[in-house]
Ligand binder design. Structure first.
Ligand code: CTP
Length: 435
């Protein structure tokens, strides 16, 4: 169960624990990032087998991958053997529950799209029915070329494929431009998403506006009022929506999440509640749905001091000169265009449900996710969350304590502009978790 009687939290299982993951590596220099990624999968408890194309084997050591994956690393020369009763590409294809194809080069992409099985990796991919996460990497001109773009279009629309296009930056060939493999932290996150909910595209064509992280209200140039929010829940919600096809605007305060998690999101970094308010109100009209996950400060200085306060003056300064921050969520609800759905959050302690019901009524949003921050595994910054999702009337459903990415996906399903709803399974998330 998620909450133990002694108050300690049983950590929810890592999304990839126990999953059989085939890692296919083709010959881009980004292959050098794969050993650490393979190690991260194994540390989550995944079972990993690696297959290298001949050019990948020149860039990254099969011996290192064998060590890190705790399994033999497979090369073209292994495909046929008089000692094996079954062809290796078929055995591997049937073994895999998930495939990570990274980096994906122009050549491996073309092989797949045109049905060529002339390497161990290419024939394994053709024979495999498991969902695939692919992260492309190549030189900018190669990526921009007509044949690659045409192949990518076909490939990224395959129902079993979640495809991450390369990002822009400095390439190993010294070009500045699109071609870098997606950040390994994002690749890992996308693979976890695939393991949790499969390749869902239900947010395709929709736009989501998300706020995340704390705000920082200055007292003077050296001090501020803020809170322990890391922004993890909001950023995961944003990235989960993007992986399900949405275009996402993310307005965020100072974050403590891996920078790679922000790739592919239209980010607007802010510091204060006033900046967050302006950024949200500007972006709201074009959004189909809004998720207000930010931990906005409740108070701010009416007039922040331009010079640093002396320690002796602090006590007097702290006891006066504050004003209430306007409720941004209530403002968004007031101004929303027809059909826009809005999700609020309630970080709550004590008797959560009555407080959350009152908050939902006060703010007027469609859905409110209330999490008991005084329970282990549900508070700020952790890997997991759990709580109750409240809707109109007395609708409430318990969301069992789970990895924050799993919670993000459940919230997105409920928030969906045409298919959403909070469901009706009231109860304690602890009970729900214990099944
Ligand atoms: N919120 C907001 N603007 C504020 C304060 C909060 O938009 N000035 C939003 C948060 O982003 C969240 C919801 O309102 O979606 C609830 O925030 P929470 O901090 O739980 O509640 P408060 O309104 O601050 O009330 P209280 O602190 O009394 O619980």
């Amino acid at each position: 169960m998620a909450f133990r009687a002694d108050g300690a939290a049983a950590a929810p299982a890592a999304p990839l624990a126990g999953r059989r993951i085939l890692v296919g590596i083709s010959g881009s220099i980004a292959a050098v990032k794969l050993p650490l990624l393979v190690s991260a999968l194994v540390q989550q408890g995944a079972e990993v087998r690696c297959v290298l194309t001949p050019s990948a084997a020149r860039l990254v050591s099969p011996e290192a991958l064998a060590c890190l994956s705790r399994n033999p690393c497979h090369l073209d020369a292994d495909q046929w053997s008089h000692r094996e009763p079954r062809p290796l590409h078929i055995a591997l294809a049937e073994w895999a529950e998930l495939v990570l194809l990274a980096p994906l080069t122009a050549t491996t992409l073309a092989r797949w799209v045109h049905g060529l099985g002339d390497t161990l990796l290419a024939s394994t991919l053709l024979a495999c029915e498991a969902p695939v996460l692919a992260a492309a990497a190549m030189n900018t001109s190669m990526w921009d070329s007509l044949p690659v773009q045409r192949n990518w279009k076909v490939f990224s629309r395959l129902p079993s494929v979640l495809a991450l296009a390369p990002t822009a930056g400095l390439l190993a060939c010294d070009r500045q431009g699109a071609g870098r493999m997606a950040d390994p932290d994002l690749v890992l996150l996308a693979l976890e998403s695939l393991a949790l909910v499969g390749n869902q595209r239900d947010w395709q064509g929709l736009r989501l506006l998300v706020s995340a992280g704390p705000t920082r209200e200055p007292l003077d140039p050296a001090r501020c009022l803020t809170n322990p929010s890391t922004g993890r829940m909001g950023v995961l919600l944003a990235q989960a929506a993007r992986l399900r096809g949405a275009r996402v605007d993310l307005v965020h305060g100072p974050l403590s999440v891996p920078p790679g998690w922000l790739e592919g999101l239209a980010c607007s970094p802010v510091q204060t509640a006033a900046e967050m308010q302006a950024a949200l109100l500007e972006r709201q009209p074009r959004a189909d749905a809004v998720a207000m996950a930010a931990a906005v400060a409740d108070h701010r200085r009416a007039r922040p001091t331009a010079t640093k306060l002396q320690k002796l003056d602090l006590e007097r300064a702290l006891s006066q000169g504050w004003e209430a921050v306007p409720d941004l969520l209530a403002q968004l609800v007031e101004r929303r265009p027809a059909g826009q759905r809005i999700l609020g959050f309630a970080a709550q302690s004590g008797d959560v449900l009555p407080l959350a019901r009152a908050k939902l009524a006060r703010k007027g949003c469609d859905l409110l996710f209330a999490n008991p921050i005084d329970r282990p595994g549900c508070g700020f910054g952790g890997l997991s969350n759990g709580g109750w999702l409240l809707g109109p009337g007395d609708q409430v459903s318990a969301l069992a304590q789970a990895h924050k990415l799993a919670i993000a996906h459940q919230l997105l399903t409920a928030l969906h502009p045409t298919r959403g709803g909070p469901g009706r399974s009231p109860g304690d998330p602890a009970q729900a978790a214990s099944g």
